[in-house]
Design a protein around this ligand. Structure first.
Ligand code: DNO
Length: 395
């Protein structure tokens, strides 16, 4: 696999020169300054591409070319927005940038409740706590019918939390769940929004009455519309799984399991319609056997995110070491190196360590933590390459 790294553009404190020194081969980035829904012009794409190439690296993957909400819920302007998307794809194709990651999660891209959950060794990790999430939903957002989404035990914990949560605690929870994880990934809410909860309610209301089946049809409609341009320019589209892979906030989510993945691949069987195999996202759902999913979908995978989670009884989860947890990264490397060895791969979310916490990095995207993870994964890749060579010579 190609060793890539998610880099947030020329303002990223982690520079391309630093990345070359740690063995990165390809860059994963987006035109973060362009609003979701607007066209990516060739000139803007080329500016970014040249910048990366001037640093003797290549632009391997776009993550993300965001899909506007209206395309997801099927709003009146969706055809216009799909046309814009097609124009952006054509421009990317012309510039030779041909692997495009996107997601089809309504409203909220990825979700965590704690962005600095302390570990015993002094590092900190991302964490998802069901009771805290339910507290946000029932007590802060006050979503109608929210209580129906949770178990009696979770609701009991919410009651218990209510007696100790301060205004500052609630603010932090709002920031963790809907602000700090969103803006930098091209999501719907940014740090500048003054009333994130009010805005969030409005965004949610657009999905009133949209079922899983309807969302699936809207995804199919989008994919069918863009496949011709993908064929013309050999563009590989790869949807990111839901993170976490669960139904949340009464919203439909349709890329959470093997059955879901099979559905969208079959719905639009074109080989340019593919998957971002995000091992960490999939691993947070106990219904997913991650290596088994990798074996099943390696052929339609276009991009790999390697990380793992540790899931606790009751479903809370923490981002684990890249060598531990339930994703089984070692086996995943074996599978992808054998089945689809040219894939771009990046390590994903890593702990804050050795001063990362003071740097203000985007949540999950530390430098030292990711560098350690890349070193670990590189070691696994070298081991697997050696295993494969040994097998070959014994034949
Ligand atoms: C989070 C990321 C996601 C991902 C998008 C792709 O860390 O993995 O935000 O980039 O869902 O569209």
């Amino acid at each position: 696999m190609e060793k890539t790294w998610r880099w947030f553009g020329p303002n990223d404190k982690i520079t391309l020169d630093m990345l070359r020194q740690i063995g990165v081969e390809g860059i994963v980035t987006s035109l973060h300054h362009i609003k979701a829904g607007d066209v990516w012009e060739e000139e803007e794409i080329m500016k970014m591409k040249r910048f990366i190439e001037d640093h003797r690296l290549r632009w391997s993957v776009v993550e993300s070319l965001p899909v506007s909400e209206s395309i997801k819920y099927g709003g009146p302007d969706r055809d216009q927005l799909i046309d814009n998307y097609i124009t952006s794809l054509r421009n990317l194709g012309r510039c030779g940038v041909r692997t495009i990651c996107y997601n089809f999660m309504p409203v909220l891209d990825w979700a965590r409740t704690d962005l600095e959950h302390p570990n015993p060794d002094g590092t900190s990790s991302l964490y998802f706590d069901h009771a805290e999430f339910a507290y946000f939903d029932c007590r802060i957002l006050k979503r109608k019918g929210a209580a129906d989404s949770y178990t009696p035990e979770t609701l009991r914990q919410v009651e218990e939390m209510a007696s100790r949560m301060t205004g500052a605690d609630e603010k932090r929870l709002v920031e963790n769940i809907i602000v700090k994880t969103q803006g930098f990934v091209g999501g719907n809410i940014s740090e500048e929004d003054l009333d994130p909860v009010g805005l969030f309610r409005q965004l949610l209301s657009r999905f009133d009455g949209i079922t899983r089946d309807q969302l699936r049809l809207n995804m199919k409609y989008f994919l069918e519309a863009i496949m011709p341009v993908c064929n013309e320019y050999d563009i590989q589209m790869c949807v990111h799984p839901d993170d976490p892979p669960l139904q949340i906030l009464g919203l439909p989510r349709i890329v959470s399991s093997g059955e879901d993945i099979q559905w969208f691949l079959d719905a639009v069987p074109d080989s340019h319609n593919g998957l971002t195999f995000c091992a960490g996202s999939l691993s947070a759902g106990l219904h997913n056997d991650v290596p088994q999913l990798a074996r099943r979908f390696a052929g339609r995978t276009k991009f790999v995110h390697l990380r793992s989670t540790q899931v606790f009884p009751g479903g809370n989860f923490k981002e684990a070491s890249h060598l531990g947890g339930r994703a089984h990264v070692i086996e995943l490397v074996r599978i992808f190196e054998k089945e689809n060895p040219a894939l771009p791969m990046r390590v994903d979310h890593a702990p804050l360590m050795l001063g990362d916490e003071k740097m203000g990095y985007n949540a999950g995207y530390s430098f030292h933590g990711r560098m350690l993870a890349l070193g670990q994964v590189e070691g696994v890749m070298a081991t697997v390459a050696d295993e494969m060579r040994m097998q070959y010579t014994q034949l």
